[in-house]
Design a protein around this ligand. Structure first.
Ligand code: MTE
Ligand code: HPA
Ligand code: MOS
Length: 772
């Protein structure tokens, strides 16, 4: 069903209510944070006198004002709400100030006098590795005999892959409103993917019980993973000030503060050695994977686990070792971002495969195919999960045909052979992405459905809406189950007082989880109504059907509303909860073994680019995508996810560069210096399609597949197409040392290196054919 987004009319007319648009009680105060200006140091003295005496200021809260736990860490309690005396990044919150006006609070926040004792700061991954600074212990994934097989391999290649981080740049920044209620209770409006965690953390911070805190979110203006853990900080600080003043507090970060203060995608580096045969088959791989976690753990454990478990992507790695270091740096604590470490893992193997092909003088696609997971053999992942429904071959075969990959590759080679200043490049990359939270316990969901006597339905479930279309999809499920038009279903704000103990809306699994939970609730109501109809009209259950807002009972027909009214009069309950937990998954996170994922989602993309070798500018000329969404719940929304995810990935890999100076200050902290893609970066030629005729082989909601994150990784094809164009500037078998993001500067540097004949990539072909 390709219905439009349930809020589309509100989005386009500017009437959709975001947290900032909620009407405030007249006594509301506005808050702003005071931030650390140094990367690492002790606070000797904090003088907030000038802040407090600024006209319009009502209160200031710092660590000492937190009645309960001064912490918002989700997995590990290492994230102070207000710095307790030690600051560990530029932008760490030290205090928050509440004033009558937003601008007053911001001005006052600048006036604190902080005397620091500076400590040495570790600012990047290499420095952290050298100092052995980590936020969590390393992890190791091992299969087979990688080191022996490396020694035996006829070809070996060593290198380093660098991939940058990414700011979420959600259009709506972080925001929370805390409204004190009677008897110590607190209502929180939060732009959050995880209302239950905000509830818990606010309760702990205020030393209250969960049943005293209610968190609501109707929608976010984008989350992309940036609102999985970070909103708890904003909400907790607002709640502490609300508690202190007894007045409602609104705390909204301006864009620059948001970018400086809140966590981003982890940047990674990977030192690898790969052994392969002359056909391009990978015989052994050893990877040292290291990521910048920032000053605290946040979600870095599961993010790095997912990176390890996606380093295989679509390839069978028989002998493999991946050692993962979770590096501690004195920079902002990095967090979830669309793909959750998966994209970083995949970039590593895709670059390795590309280098193998270049080293052997082969088409990278041929090397990819040589290494794909099989459908019956060679189909077990390094972590032990069997790849059961492998669609990679089917998708890649179809895409090669529909995109005319071979023909275009030949034409591009001919074009480049004339050595034009604008080179072209093409690449096809696949995606295989595991669906489920790797922490098995999060794979559960609840829903609550009320049917009113006029036959309308109010639906609530544990998921949150961030633009991805979850509310639309879950409403479609309920409409389908009750045989109602979609217009009869209204989805209300996510609310911890309606569905408790919810998981974050994340891991792309929310329509799988909440769709099934809502289906269960709707089925309960349908069964009650059916049973009532059977008794009232002396028919059997098979004679009762719900369709198009009508109910057919034997030879009778009435509106859904009519049956509901009759049932109400007969005292039948018209409200129900529903619950779902994902079957089949089991996984031991200490050994990284088991079946973490219910199933995989697949896709593939072909990108063609032009690279101006004089300026380093790149342009995406054409993209062809074939993506697997199972039997789509809503093909229109899914195509939107594929297109948006792809372009967000292109931004990550080509233009979005996070740059910290030697003092640990983020200098790219606004859209003026941090370049996200816009509609104009969409290629002039494109064909985006969903794979047809392949419903999910697992029993998901209507056999659909999750679609939120996997398409982001299709953008790796763009990075490798740029690499392909640059490679044409060098001698045969040259290996471009292209880093991501491939900004014009990075592209020019790479071209210079390749022109100079040096392979600064540190990738050196060793073994019997060394010196090729
Ligand atoms: N799409 C939009 N428009 N806005 C978003 O913030 N977040 C992405 C993806 N698609 C996001 C989005 C991320 S990171 C995830 S995990 C999924 O949506 C979450 O929603 P789902 O589980 O319903 O797919
Ligand atoms: N994906 C996204 N978010 C998460 C996960 C995951 O696997 N685990 C915990 N939060
Ligand atoms: Mo998405 S990174 O799992 O919020």
């Amino acid at each position: 069903m390709s219905t439009r987004h349930e809020s589309a009319h509100l989005h386009v007319s500017g009437r959709a209510l975001y947290t900032d648009d909620i009407s405030l009680p007249s006594n509301t105060l506005h808050a702003a944070f005071g931030l650390s200006s140094i990367a690492h140091g002790r606070i000797r003295t904090l003088n907030i006198g000038p802040v407090q005496s600024f006209p319009g200021v009502f209160a200031v809260a710092s660590a000492a004002d937190v009645p309960g736990e001064n912490n918002y860490g989700s997995a590990v309690p290492d994230d102070p709400i207000f710095a307790p005396g030690l600051v560990e990044y530029v932008g760490a919150p030290i205090f928050a100030v509440a004033a009558d006006q937003y601008i007053t609070a911001r001005k006052a926040a600048q006036l604190a006098q902080v005397d620091y004792e500076p400590l040495p700061a570790i600012l990047d991954i290499r420095a952290a590795l050298a100092a052995n600074a980590t936020v969590l212990p390393p992890q190791r994934l091992l299969r087979g005999r990688p080191h022996e097989m490396l020694a035996e391999a006829p070809h070996r290649l060593k290198g380093t892959v660098h991939v940058g981080g990414q700011d979420h740049l959600y259009l709506e920044g972080q925001i929370a409103i805390a409204v004190p209620q009677e008897d110590g209770a607190m209502l929180i409006h939060s732009s959050t993917q995880h209302p239950s965690e905000v509830q818990q953390i606010v309760a702990h911070a205020l030393s209250k019980h969960a049943n005293q805190i209610t968190v609501q979110c109707r929608r976010m203006g984008g989350g992309f993973g940036g609102k999985e853990t970070q909103p708890a900080l904003i909400a907790a600080a607002a709640a502490v000030l609300a508690h202190k003043t007894g007045r409602p507090i609104k705390l909204r970060l301006d864009r620059d503060t948001d970018m400086v203060m809140t966590g981003k995608r982890h940047d990674f580096l990977a030192d690898y050695e790969v052994g392969f045969d002359s056909s391009g088959r990978i015989m052994a791989l050893s990877v040292m994977l290291a990521s910048r976690c920032g000053y605290s753990a946040d979600l870095s454990g599961p993010v790095n686990d997912r990176a390890m478990m996606h380093l295989d992507n679509a390839y069978f790695l028989e002998n493999v070792e991946i050692v993962s270091h979770r590096c501690k740096t004195h920079t902002v604590s990095n967090t979830a971002f669309r793909g959750f470490g998966g994209p970083q893992g995949m970039v590593v193997i895709e670059q390795i495969v590309d280098s193998i092909a270049r080293a052997l003088g082969m088409d990278p696609l041929a090397v990819r195919r040589r290494n794909f997971y099989g459908t019956h053999a060679r189909n077990v992942t390094p972590y032990g999960q069997i790849v059961e429904d492998n669609l990679v071959h089917l998708i890649v075969d179809r895409l090669v045909e529909s995109s005319h990959y071979r023909e275009r590759r030949r034409q591009i080679a001919e074009w480049n052979a004339t050595e034009p200043p604008v080179r072209r490049g093409i690449a096809l990359t696949p995606v295989k992405f595991g669906i489920s939270f790797t922490a098995t316990l999060f794979n559960q969901a609840g829903a609550l459905i009320h049917v009113y006597t006029d036959g309308t339905v109010l639906l609530n479930h544990g998921g949150t809406e961030m633009g991805q279309g979850l509310f639309t999809k879950v409403a479609q499920v309920v409409a389908t189950e009750l045989g109602l038009p979609l217009a009869a279903i209204r989805v209300s704000a996510t609310d911890t007082s309606k569905v408790p103990n919810t998981s974050a809306t994340a891991a792309s699994a929310s329509s799988d989880l909440n769709g099934k939970a809502a289906q269960a609730a709707a089925q309960t109501i349908r069964e009650r109504l059916t049973q009532f109809a059977c008794e009232a009209y002396s028919v059997t259950a098979t004679e009762v059907t719900f369709k198009d807002g009508q109910v057919f009972i034997g030879s009778q027909q009435m509106s859904f509303a009519e049956l509901v009214q009759q049932a109400y009069r007969a005292r039948i309950s018209l409200s129900s909860t529903g619950y779902y937990r994902t079957p089949k998954i089991e996984y031991d996170k200490s050994t990284l073994r088991g079946r973490p994922f219910f199933y995989y989602a697949y896709g593939a993309a072909v990108s063609e680019v032009a690279v101006d070798t004089l300026t380093g500018e790149t342009r995406l000329l054409r993209v062809d995508i074939l993506h697997d969404a199972g039997r789509p719940l809503n093909a229109a929304i899914d195509l939107g996810q594929v297109e948006g995810g792809f372009l967000q990935g292109v931004g990550w890999l080509t233009s979005e560069e996070l740059w910290w100076n030697e003092r640990g200050e983020l200098r790219t902290h606004a859209p003026s210096t941090y370049k996200i893609p816009t509609a104009r970066d969409w290629p002039p030629q494109w064909r985006v399609e969903l794979l047809e005729g392949r419903p999910n082989s697992e029993d998901t909601i209507y056999r659909s597949k999750a679609v939120g994150e996997p398409p982001l990784m299709l953008a790796i094809s763009t990075l490798l197409a740029i690499r392909d164009a640059i490679a044409s500037c060098g001698s045969a078998r040259a290996l471009p040392d292209l880093v991501a993001p491939a900004t014009p500067e990075a592209v020019l540097r790479c071209i210079e290196n390749i022109n100079a004949g040096t392979i600064v990539y540190q990738a050196a072909l060793v073994g019997e054919e060394a010196g090729l």
